[in-house]
Design a protein around this ligand. Structure first.
Ligand code: MSP
Length: 505
């Protein structure tokens, strides 16, 4: 059976307007999925929406809508954006769907029957904004808003009993929480005693949630509900075969939701006797310049604005190339333009224009013969021959930014090679030699486009179409000589920085 790849994004809060943080995780999952599909792996890519909880209930009330109508109204902000961004997800789960609610209730019953859920009265600090009880230490951190003392009878999941087992598991599986510093952060967290998790909310306080099957006066805590999407969507307790095919998989998350995934979710899986995910990969934050992006600061970057200005593929390329694995990245309109101009307009776009221009001018618009490579071509060929393997290894390791850079390094090497070989001069004395150079450069462009297709499906597809090389693979030399190049508009026109208004009023 083919290798399989199951990848998920967090399910986003339906209340939030999508921003580049959401777009980043979803594009990352899309790029990984496209790479795996291209390698012939069976791939399943899941994303969706988190639709329960207090904030949704309150926002719906404000609008005078039922919570469900409110969710249905807002969901297209995400689904439409994913369509625009070319996201190739195989399923889209919403936690208000019956298929999900049913499984959450069955799981609650299962965990309850096992004796892993109990009821008790609890008095503690509660963050209304985060919708959960917090520890004194968390309250002191100042990171939680609307904190108040709450005394309530609730249901608790016996999370604490799994602490040692979880520590052992993390230590014995080095690739489980990634990057490494996030694993250490979680092991650090687990040095404190792990309490049990409050997983219910009385309906008197919150009704917009999934009802607890063994006590109708309660709904379940939004995280207990949301995390289950990763298995309800692929058939847990409903389609055995499908579930066995896909589970476990890779969870891509932002660093902000590390604890819920590495501690709540893993112990829930322990309780269900299910294997833990292969990998939980936490990426960093997109900052706006140096500061956090937030609605209250009014500095949130909306993907649609960028797409309208620069196109889908430029946005995908920027987000994937600019954020280094696991670290925070800073967005500014200036560095968007800088990256676009240097990589896409100058390095890639110029090479394409130059090569096709010369082929049209001196070779009748027909891709020339490869000829017998000289040491100069051999140098390029040796980079090209191993590029596919190197890029795929980096992608397997989630290093999409480094993988892109490897491809761009080939493009840069070919630009230098063109300068040195000067096929425009060679054409005057030795047309076959000029053709050899242009074949080599075109082949490097083809290979780069094959590898960049996961990142820029549309533009890379256009390049492959121009070269008559759709569906070609990663072997050097697949480019066919004799193909006529069509004329085409510039693929990556330079972006001129917006000039400040002239002082003359
Ligand atoms: N609904 C929960 C997740 C439940 S998963 C079972 C949630 N939703 S969210 O809408 O707040 O989205 C969280 C995710 O969005 C983050 O983990 C991250 O993937 C992404 N990002 C949100 N803001 C971000 C940045 N500024 N930068 C990068 N990604 C961030 O939490």
């Amino acid at each position: 059976m083919a290798e399989k790849f199951y990848v998920t994004t967090p399910i986003y809060y339906v209340n939030d307007a999508p921003h580049i943080g959401h777009a980043y995780t979803t594009i990352l999952a899309d790029v990984l999925s496209r790479f795996h599909r291209a390698l012939g792996h069976d791939t399943f890519f899941l994303t969706g929406l988190d639709e329960h909880g207090q904030k949704v209930q309150q926002a719906a009330e404000k609008r005078g809508l039922s919570p469900q109508a409110h969710c249905d109204d807002l969901a297209p902000r995400f689904t439409d954006l994913w369509k625009t961004l070319g996201i190739s997800n195989d399923d889209f789960i919403r936690t208000t769907q019956d298929r999900h609610k049913r499984i959450v209730q069955q799981i609650l019953q299962k965990v309850y029957d096992k004796g892993d859920i109990y009821q008790k009265e609890y008095e503690g600090l509660y963050s209304v904004a985060e919708e959960r009880f917090i520890t004194e230490k968390e309250a002191e951190s100042g990171q939680f808003r609307e904190v108040r003392v709450l005394k309530e009878k609730n249901y608790f999941f016996k999370m604490g009993q799994y602490q040692e087992r979880l520590v052992r598991y993390i230590e014995e599986h080095p690739g489980f929480i990634r990057p490494e510093h996030r694993k250490n952060e979680m092991l650090g967290f687990l040095r404190q005693p792990l309490g049990d998790l409050c997983i219910s909310r009385p309906k008197s306080r919150l009704s917009w949630g999934i009802e607890i099957p063994f006590d109708r006066d309660y709904v379940t805590y939004v995280w207990f509900d949301a995390l289950i999407n990763y298995i309800s969507a692929i058939g847990y307790l409903s389609e055995e075969k499908k579930f066995a095919r896909w589970w476990p998989g890779v969870h891509l998350i932002g660093k902000d939701i590390l604890t819920t995934h590495c501690i709540y979710w893993t112990t829930m899986l322990f309780s269900l006797d299910l294997p833990l995910p292969d990998t939980i990969f936490a990426h960093g934050w997109w900052l706006m310049g140096e500061s956090k992006m937030s609605k209250s600061l009014g500095n949130v970057v909306r993907p649609l604005d960028l797409i309208q200005k620069h196109g889908v593929d430029a946005v995908r390329y920027y987000l994937m190339s600019e954020m280094v694995l696991g670290a925070d990245a800073s967005f500014t309109p200036e560095n968007f333009i800088k990256r676009y101009n240097s990589d896409l307009a100058n390095d890639f776009g110029n090479l394409l224009n130059r090569v096709s221009g010369l082929i049209t001018k001196n070779h009748g618009g027909i891709i020339p013969e490869a000829g017998t490579p000289t040491p100069a071509e051999e140098e390029i060929i040796s980079i090209g021959r191993t590029l596919g393997e190197r890029v795929n290894a980096l992608v397997h390791d989630f290093k999409v930014d480094s993988a892109i850079n490897e491809v761009l390094n080939l493009v840069r090497a070919v630009n230098k090679y063109m300068e040195v070989q000067a096929p425009w001069k060679l054409a005057k004395t030795d047309l076959a030699a000029a053709g050899r150079v242009l074949y080599c450069a075109s082949e490097a462009l083809r290979l780069s486009a094959v590898l960049l297709k996961a990142v820029m499906p549309e533009k890379a597809g256009v390049v492959l179409g121009i070269l008559g090389a759709e569906g070609s693979g990663l072997t050097w030399g697949e480019l066919r000589s004799g193909v006529a190049l069509p004329s085409f508009p510039p693929l990556f026109p330079r972006i001129e920085a917006e000039k400040p208004p002239s002082p003359r009023g």
